[in-house]
Design a protein around this ligand. Structure first.
Ligand SMILES: Cc1ncc(COP(=O)(O)O)c(C=O)c1O
Length: 312
């Protein structure tokens, strides 16, 4: 096996099909169904080092989405939510982590190759590792330069967009490669109708005249859990949030503020789109207020947001 990527340095164990296994032993067969046809579902979750100790952010919602993602693929995840929860909590404890990224995945495993996966066993793995800011610390402060991708997001009549399916992420990979190849930090992907969908791994919010807009669930987006959290935070701060918006491409260029949300990206301001400056070309004031509140909640795990945290 090639050298370990830096992000996994220090990882001792993963959880695979009911057992804690050494990092190097977490292997699957090359004839794994999910490897050939992308028949897997996964989650991306963060555990934060809060004032009350390590706690997983919105675990219940991520777990629910994990099981929901499996439904269109007739995939029976052979562990119940309590088992996945216990395994995850124990893995974080065994790795001695106060904060980390959590990656549960379920996939059709080794079995007869052919499109019908029903004769392949479903395998489940969980990995945890330390992870900082996805787009960098500076991105959180100053914002990122993004481009509109020439790749369109598939419609949910083609591949379910509210499921986190491994194979579907090839669309995000294409958009990311194109953006990075053109020296942008990230892409914005339009849906088949040409309206704004989301980033390759983020939802998007637009601020105009002091109100927030984010594409609705019918716009071919993932129902992001950070999106849901930010909607609640913004409303708690007294902002009007239009969470069922249709946003045209041209509205992006004239927005007062734009920002991404996601487990990886957290709340990341967007300072330009296709080299057009957004607002003052840095983090906007409403983005700043929401981002600050979001990070304060993650630090403090305050009582009013108690149900968002699962202690480890
Ligand atoms: C395509 C896509 N959209 C949006 C998001 C944000 O979702 P969440 O906030 O649940 O991480 C993600 C990240 O998982 C994603 O992959």
């Amino acid at each position: 096996m090639s050298d370990r990527p830096e992000m996994y340095e220090g990882v001792d164990e993963l959880w695979l099909d009911g057992e804690f296994v050494d990092f190097e032993d977490a292997q699957v067969h090359v004839l794994t169904h999910g490897l050939h046809y992308g028949t897997g579902v996964f989650e991306g979750v963060r555990c934060y080092d809060t004032d009350d100790g390590p706690a997983i952010f919105r675990w219940e919602e991520h777990l629910e989405r994990f099981y929901d993602s499996a439904k269109p693929y007739d995939m029976d995840i052979p562990f119940d939510p309590e088992e996945i929860t216990d395994a995850t909590v124990e893995l974080i404890q065994r790795e001695g982590l106060d904060s980390c990224y959590i990656r549960p995945i379920a996939f059709y495993g080794y079995g007869p190759l052919g499109l019908n996966p029903s004769d392949s066993d479903v395998q489940v793995a969980i990995g945890v590792w330390p992870w900082g800011a996805y787009l960098g610390e500076e991105a959180l402060k100053e914002g990122v330069d993004v481009t509109i991708s020439s790749w369109r997001k598939h419609a949910s009549s083609q591949i379910p967009t509210n499921a986190k399916t491994t194979g579907a992420y090839i669309n995000s990979v294409l958009a990311s490669l194109e953006a990075k190849g053109n020296d942008y930090v990230e892409a914005i992907v339009l849906n088949k109708e040409g309206n704004v969908a989301e980033g390759p791994g983020e939802n998007i919010f637009l601020v105009r005249d002091g109100e927030l807009y984010t594409p609705g669930l019918a716009e071919s987006i993932l129902d992001g859990i950070t999106r849901q959290s930010v909607i609640q935070i913004a409303e708690d701060l007294g902002y009007e949030v239009h969470d069922d918006a249709t946003i045209s491409r041209s509205e992006l260029y004239t927005a007062d503020e734009l920002f991404f949300t996601g487990t990886a990206a957290e709340v990341t301001p967007i300072r330009s789109v296709d080299d057009n400056q957004i607002g003052e070309g840095t983090k906007g004031p409403i983005t700043d207020e929401i981002q600050t509140t979001f990070f304060d909640i993650l630090d403090e795990a305050p009582e009013e947001y108690d149900e968002w945290f699962k202690p480890v």
